[in-house]
Design a protein around this ligand. Structure first.
Ligand SMILES: Nc1ncnc2c1ncn2[C@@H]1O[C@H](COP(=O)(O)OP(=O)(O)O)[C@@H](O)[C@H]1O
Ligand SMILES: [Mg+2]
Length: 368
């Protein structure tokens, strides 16, 4: 415990400098900190109550104040939730972000995972939660929205950090430093995919589709080499447009599908995943295709929880139960891989929030 506290202190000093490039001994220290904390981490983030909620739910400021108090960050690792007529329940996390938390604060905890990817390890970051809980806001998936830099989510910040590192390595090559000799020459490659109803679609090449019936082993998404941020954003916009083409069959497709941005550098892969909405099936309201959709989503999300908890406990890992886990198997399963699950909560929906917290507890087997 004491070692972790010391490492954490050093880590905080290092990341406080807000640099994009770290010397080797500091990288080693950051990696040691991550390894010490374990390779699977779970964060929770509660989004604030927004003015649009007043319209949608018709509540008053006072009633929302009461709701906001029902979910409380007790400190930076514990969150409590209190539903009507039951005692408060507490859940443990590697980090807790309350409604006032900023994108900067979230990224400060994500940054060293991106550094770990830059050091050659596979890293996967998932945003989980019901529709409207803040997954896309946290992940920064919606590139077509003009967002000020301070409000940007994880994706644009991660892209910037990766390019910062690539530039740092180039500068070192010019200065002839030894470490730079290890620097990989190849550039950054990007692919964008979605999984909808257990079919994988390559959003940079719509011809490339894997349905329930054809083999995932032959599938390889289009992977495009990029040399600057603008090119990444152009690809993300192309992916969004392609998704809109596919969407005509189904409204709100983006919240009903898993969206996967992959960034590759050398042999390592960074997966940034905005998961489909986790809302439960309300059998009185939902039928037909919508019901099938929800069942497919629930199945793949529980397959994901099973995979992560099995990895954590060192049990046999059941990757084959969903396309999502099959697609990610090679990254989640490698020995130095790191996984982060960010559970997003909408404080207005306490019942859904409790379900999300139970999901988090399952993923984080020692934490409920
Ligand atoms: N931490 C936050 N601070 C301010 N607004 C937020 C925050 N999280 C989410 N929102 C807003 O809440 C709404 C729903 O968030 P969104 O990310 O689209 O949810 P999801 O992707 O889970 O469906 C959006 O209008 C978004 O801008
Ligand atoms: Mg979303």
């Amino acid at each position: 415990m004491e070692k972790l506290a010391k490492l954490k202190e050093r880590k905080e000093q290092i990341i406080a400098r807000k640099e994009h490039y770290y010397p080797k001994y500091e990288k080693h220290l950051l990696n040691q900190y991550l390894e010490y904390k374990g390779n699977i981490r779970v964060f929770v983030r509660v989004r604030p109550i927004l003015s649009q909620d007043f319209k949608a739910y018709g509540g008053t400021q006072e009633s929302f104040d009461v709701i906001q108090k029902a979910i409380q960050a007790l400190n930076n690792s514990q969150l409590s939730i209190e539903l009507e007529k039951s005692p408060p329940q507490t859940f443990n996390f590697d980090a807790v972000f309350g409604p006032q938390s900023t994108q900067d604060q979230v990224y400060a905890e994500v940054k060293h995972l991106i550094q770990s990817f830059l050091d050659g390890n596979d890293v996967s970051i998932f945003a989980y939660g019901q529709t409207g809980s803040g997954k896309t806001y946290t992940m920064g998936t919606e590139m077509s929205k003009q967002t000020s830099q301070g409000n940007q989510g994880i994706i644009p910040r991660a892209v910037r950090q990766v390019f910062g590192e690539i530039q740092g390595r180039k500068d070192q090559v010019q200065e002839g430093q030894e470490e730079a000799k290890e620097a990989r020459e190849d550039g950054m490659r990007v692919s964008v995919q979605e999984i909808y109803m257990d079919s994988i679609r390559d959003l940079l090449n719509l011809q490339n589709v894997i349905t329930q019936n054809n083999a995932i082993s032959k599938y390889e998404p289009e992977s495009i080499t990029v040399t600057n941020e603008a090119q990444v954003f152009t690809l993300l916009r192309k992916a969004e447009n392609n998704r809109v083409v596919a969407e005509t069959m189904c409204n709100e497709r983006s919240s009903r599908s898993h969206s996967i941005l992959q960034i590759k550098l050398g042999k390592a892969t960074l997966n940034l995943i905005d998961l489909a909405g986790s809302e439960r099936l309300n059998t009185t309201k939902v039928e037909g295709d919508r019901q099938k959709e929800t069942l497919a989503i629930n199945k793949s999300l529980s397959a994901l929880a099973d995979v992560i908890s099995a990895m954590k406990e060192g049990r046999f890992v059941p990757y084959r139960n969903s396309k999502l886990t099959q697609l990610l198997q090679i990254y989640l399963g490698s020995s130095s891989a790191k996984t982060l699950m960010i559970v997003n909560l909408n404080p207005i929906s306490l019942n859904e929030s409790l379900c999300s917290l139970r999901f988090a507890a399952k993923v984080n087997s020692c934490s409920a």
